[in-house]
Design a protein around this ligand. Structure first.
Ligand SMILES: [Zn+2]
Length: 88
């Protein structure tokens, strides 16, 4: 049986078992075609986030920096993701 689920551009597993998800930042170019201009990383447990924009149009510097931040954050963030339907 196959299952489908939404998957971000990249996902890092944190020390607490949550995820840091990377999502491209896009802007429309002159022909209204979406172009990737950066990358956002979001921790699904503690909601820490960073958006790194490309500083050079062809080198994807934002993506590289976002991956670096995600890797670093995932290594130490121990906050657990809140389960769906949890009460407090
Ligand atoms: Zn976190």
């Amino acid at each position: 049986m196959s299952s489908t689920q939404e998957w971000p551009a990249a996902r890092y597993l944190t020390a607490g078992g949550a995820h840091v998800d990377l999502t491209p930042v896009t802007e429309l170019d002159d022909a209204d075609v979406p172009q990737t201009v950066g990358m956002t990383a979001l921790c699904t447990a503690c909601t820490a986030t960073v958006t790194e924009m490309d500083t050079h149009p062809y080198r994807r510097t934002g993506e590289r920096e976002a991956h670096r931040w995600a890797q670093d954050h995932a290594a130490w963030c121990r906050r657990m993701a809140r389960p769906a339907g949890a009460t407090s």
